[in-house]
Design a protein around this ligand. Sequence first.
Ligand code: 4NP
Length: 161
Amino acid sequence: MDTPETTSVLFICLGNICRSPLAEGVFSHLLRQQGLDETIRVDSAGTGSWHVGEMADPRSREVAGRHGITLPSRARQVTPSDLRDFDWVVAMDRSNLQALEEIRDEDGGDARLVLLRDFDPEPGDGEVPDPYYGGPRGFDTVYEMVLRSSHGLLEAVQGDD
Ligand code: 4NP
């Protein structure tokens, strides 16, 4: 029998080509390892529309690939209905979070809006920095932040059932 979906998580960044597709891929990988991929739905989106329809940035796909993770997602822009349809909406930085709060103020929705690094045991300044204009090392740093945070996020999501 199919296991019913219990909760859903949407990762958000600016372009939906660098950070949030990587977070989606890493979190989905963790769910598969724990047999939770049928019960927790995962997606990602961007607050901006410039890259809609594009594959994840090659640098995100490269770092994911080195860790055995493929990134199949295509960029899309977040919509007001996402804040009603998802239980958790997880922003990479405060600018993303502010954009989401503005959508919620306008259109409602009761998703939990959080920063990914709220769940990082080494939270630093609390943000996953935008690696788009930096070198490939920035993508390794993003991967490490996302991986550390994903474990804590999963515990929080499961504790919320
Ligand atoms: P992301 O990175 O928000 O992690 O996907 C960016 C990708 C593209 C742009 C900015 C950030 N851009 O300005 O096109």
